[in-house]
Design a protein around this ligand. Structure first.
Ligand SMILES: [Zn+2]
Length: 502
């Protein structure tokens, strides 16, 4: 087997990130992570090549991983989300009623192959594919990684995309590269590494903020939108390589299309790029709408910290999907709902992107806050004709209808919110308990503590927990401290399903 150093040479890296990758891994480790950056964040250096004929993405990834825990590690763990799309996976990637929309040309499979793992000197490291559904890459370290120490490893991989209208897959209009690379599992003291497999409900992800330096190459026919700031691009024959830098972002997503047309707008220090399809007449209007969302949330919660936000129309089975610096808006969303979905997905830049959560175990935090923020956007931007009281009243009606129907069918209904994705029996149950009840919870909280204190609590949460992951207990403590009220029983009553909503 060839060494990682040879592999790197074979690919003739010419651009900055690649040079940095070689330097760090082989020659001068001290430049791997500039001193000016926090020492506690991981770094990813990726060189990616997408072949649109085979739908295979070849990647090499350098990771500097920091042990921020109190324990020594003998192994590191990485999620392999593409394997959820492989033939024979244990859990479907969409619910059965969404299957035909996700796979319009019939079932199609994707996966990720780990070709090699090595240390910073290019020496092979032992690794295995495990987890409950071939969803985890375990890398055995040559020596224990102690607290506050870091280790550098290289991973060579090949990701195969399915023909799917999903966050990961290629469709008729766009190629969506979400969750396509090995990403480090979050470690929690007392709980260990989070290694849960994919689930069709919600966004089954959980990650730490990190630094990303990414080179992505594809056919020059494509227009590319990605997380991070676009630094440069270089065309060589039929291939263009795009270089990105993402500082303190918790994931990296890329969407490409031959059909994109774009418009831009400015919100504070952020450039908003809207990627619609050629022939769309609303490109500038959507860019301007997105910038209005950013302006509203900047003022309400605190400034969006990144220089770029891309809002991208795409083939996607659900309404939309958030990634740091880029949101996907499904091209199947009706004209009537399109701006609503943009407002929701952009709110996730604050709740999920900057203030992170375990989206698998506590989806109500980021989805509840993003959905409620959407309500706040329309309350504060009346020209779009959505009335806050009517929206709350509709949410209440929907929620009560759900409870009534489930009681009739099952004799009982579980309305607890703080459940892991696999504990929701159906997709409607997940949506009602997480989104709708999330909105009702935050509306009720605002009623209880008053608008001024409630908005202060959101600002404090954003400021105090930026670039971290928050637990339900931390959210409760933060809201209690900001409002000067002990809100533990109040919020727990809601999330544990004890509050009767009449
Ligand atoms: Zn959402």
């Amino acid at each position: 087997m060839k060494t990682f150093a040879n592999f790197l040479k074979k690919h003739k890296f010419k651009l900055l990130a690649a040079a940095v990758l070689i330097a760090i891994i082989v020659i001068i480790p001290f430049i791997f992570k500039p001193e000016s950056k926090s020492q506690n964040y991981n770094s990813y250096f990726m060189d990616l090549n997408y072949n649109d004929q085979t739908h295979i993405l070849s990647g090499s990834e350098g990771v500097e991983y920091f042990n921020n825990s109190e324990n020594a590690f003998s192994s590191l763990y990485f999620h392999l989300y593409p394997n959820a799309f492989r033939q024979g996976s244990k859990s479907p990637v969409v619910s059965s009623n969404n299957f035909n929309d996700a796979f319009p040309n019939g079932e199609s499979y994707g996966s990720i192959n780990i070709l090699k793992v090595c240390d910073e000197n290019g020496l092979s490291l032992e690794f295995s594919i495990g987890g409950s559904d071939e969803n985890i890459l375990q890398v055995d370290l040559p020596e224990e990684l102690y607290p506050d120490e870091s280790v550098k490893i290289g991973i060579e991989f090949e990701t195969i995309l399915p023909n799917a209208n999903h966050r990961f897959g290629y469709g008729e209009n766009t190629i969506n590269l979400g969750n396509f690379y090995p990403i480090a599992c979050v470690y929690e003291d007392g709980k260990g590494f989070f290694t849960q497999a994919y689930h069709s409900n919600g966004d089954p992800f959980y990650s730490d903020v990190a630094f990303y330096t990414v080179d992505f190459s594809c056919s020059s026919n494509f227009t590319v939108a990605a997380s991070g700031e676009a630094k440069s691009q270089q065309t060589n024959g039929q291939t263009t390589t795009y270089s990105y830098q993402g500082d303190k972002i918790r994931d990296f997503c890329i969407v490409l299309s031959e059909k994109f047309d774009t418009a831009s707008s400015q919100a504070g220090d952020t450039t908003i790029n809207y990627y619609g399809y050629q022939g769309d007449s609303d490109l500038q209007a959507m860019a301007d709408f997105a910038s209005q969302c950013v302006n509203t949330y900047n003022e309400m919660f605190g400034a969006y910290p990144y220089s770029t936000l891309n809002v991208v129309k795409s083939n996607f089975v659900h309404g939309g999907m958030e990634y740091p610096g880029i949101v996907l808006i499904s091209d199947t969303v009706s004209e009537e709902d399109y701006q609503y979905v943009i407002a929701h997905e952009i709110a996730h830049q604050w709740w999920y992107g900057v203030v992170g959560t375990n989206e698998y175990d506590h989806a109500w935090i980021d989805e509840g806050l993003a959905e409620y923020s959407t309500y706040l956007f329309f309350e504060n931007n009346e020209e779009f004709g959505l009335n806050y009281s009517s929206m709350i009243s509709n949410a209440l009606t929907n929620y009560k209808f759900f409870v009534q129907i489930y009681q009739q069918i099952n004799g009982d209904v579980d309305t607890s919110m703080d459940r892991s994705l696999d504990q929701f029996g159906t997709e409607p149950e997940y949506v009602q308990c997480v989104y709708t009840k999330g909105v009702l919870l935050f509306d009720s909280l605002r009623e209880s503590v008053g608008e001024r204190k409630f908005l202060k609590a959101l600002k404090d949460l954003y400021k105090d927990f930026a670039y971290q992951n928050i637990s339900p207990a931390e959210l409760i403590a933060s809201f209690s401290s900001s409002t000067g009220r002990n809100l533990e029983n109040f919020i727990k009553g809601w999330i544990e399903g004890k509050v009767v909503i009449a």
